[in-house]
Design a protein around this ligand. Sequence first.
Ligand SMILES: NC(=O)c1ccc[n+]([C@@H]2O[C@H](COP(=O)([O-])OP(=O)(O)OC[C@H]3O[C@@H](n4cnc5c(N)ncnc54)[C@H](O)[C@@H]3O)[C@@H](O)[C@H]2O)c1
Ligand SMILES: N[C@@H](CCC=O)C(=O)O
Length: 545
Amino acid sequence: MPKGIFNVPVAKNEPVLSYAPGSPERKELQAKLAELRAQEIDQPMIIGGKEVYTDRKVRMSPPHDIKHTLGYFNQGDASHVEMAIDAALVAREKWANMSWQHRASIFLKAADLLAGPYRAKINAATMLGQSKNAFQAEIDAACELADFFRFGVQVMTDIYKIQPESAKGMWNYNEYRPLEGFVYALTPFNFTSIAGNLPAAPALMGNVVVWKASKTAVYSAGVIMEIFQEAGLPDGVINLVFASGPAVADIVLTHPDFAGIHFTGSTGVFQSIWKKIGENIYKYKTYPRIVGETGGKDFIFADNTVNKRALAIAMLRGAFEYQGQKCSAASRVYVPESIWPEVKEIFGAELATVKMGPPEDFTNFVNAVIDEDSFDKLKSFIDGAREDKDAEVIFGGNCDKSVGYFIEPTVILAKKPDYITMQEELFGPVLTVYVYDDEKLDETLDILDKTSIYALTGAVMSQDRYNIEKITKRLENAAGNFYINDKPTGAVVGQQPFGGARGSGTDDKAGSIFNLLRWTSIRTIKETFVPPVEYTYPNFQQDNE
Ligand SMILES: NC(=O)c1ccc[n+]([C@@H]2O[C@H](COP(=O)([O-])OP(=O)(O)OC[C@H]3O[C@@H](n4cnc5c(N)ncnc54)[C@H](O)[C@@H]3O)[C@@H](O)[C@H]2O)c1
Ligand SMILES: N[C@@H](CCC=O)C(=O)O
């Protein structure tokens, strides 16, 4: 047990390295990219700390170079999911009882490994496996994941410090127990940091975890697991399985020891999971915690006082960084008619300089989308817009999957505000613009608020402080992360706690106290120093006078 009340190191955001030409980090990353490209890995599942191989080898290739083989991962089945649950439950007692400062040390060490000796490897794996350019890999895989670990440790101790009052003669205190059972971490492809944080956050709070990685992000998931193991995470605390989502759900979500799900992914999958949990509610020993951050149809709303260049750049970066595959990506923009021609011109001139290609060429701003399903879906929306009288493709629109899944950054002009691409999350480099009548600002705000089921991120861009205040208030429920004069992407742990409401999730704010509170079950203890030895109240005593 701890012999002292310890302060943890003050969390600071990991500085983002520049990867400028000639920089040492660039040379190291290029060498790592070459090294990983030159080998083919055989990625096992990690269950109870052991490497588990199967006969079903699934090929992994870079989305931007589909003929190249990075290696294979070992696909599991129901038996591996059961094995992972058993391993987690075996590990539970020791892990749940480990002193918090040792849990903290493991994750602080993981952060330092990530920011130090593993930085090039996690970035290279993310660049190759998920087709991210060096800058996008750096802010995600190295910095955001290190931030999740370091801020997580700080927040854990902030929670432990939340204690009740104690009246005279007693001492009251809260114990922050892990949940009774195991937590299921179900992770998306698009952020390596989210894939690492979803199992890590519950584990940090003393829980044991079954982690199912996305099949299109197994390559970097293997590196995250390597870091956990090197940091000293005991066997069985986090168990990494590769199996089909519905197959895992059938076992995990019907298990009596299922205690919670930490999910990030699409809204439809989250809703199907919630439904299944509801159907099985009588089977569980404890009510499961359900935390899910899901899709978005994120917006920029500009008025006619906006700095037009700032708007054009926010549109370009917000919509096309990481090929628009951020839950926060700007995918619909509302621009007033009077300024649209000038904004369009600035935007078009900037877009003409954007290069698309593999991330190994550091001058490419845009890389490939994640897989063929995504490519085909995006192409069908672009083709649909070309043929639809209510839309016009005004920039880009070319799609080519001969070498990799390349979709040119595309802008659709919607002629009605509820055109399909103004409503649905496409999750790719496709931005839809709606040009509104300057006189109809209020009406357009009402339309914006009702056009999609989501409420994840959004931005107002204006130089009129009355408008900024009015629009911020009017769109209060349209986004969980709201930006003023900025693009709606790029939330940083500890600075802009991230999450949305409505169809976008449970808004538990990844990396914050609000999220970590979901992974603990509080026991309140009251000790009475001198217990009463009579049962009667003073007013029951007889007055003998
Ligand atoms: N709000 C946020 O913080 C946030 C962050 C990142 C991504 N996202 C969202 O994630 C989505 C993109 O990620 P994705 O494509 O990996 O999401 P996804 O929903 O397709 O997959 C997420 C995980 O669920 C699994 N899965 C898929 N179908 C399943 C099913 N029927 N039953 C059980 N499990 C299933 C997948 O294998 C994967 O591991 C987008 O909608 C994006 O907006 C949200
Ligand atoms: N931190 C990220 C989260 C994106 C989710 O996919 C952002 O705000 O862009």
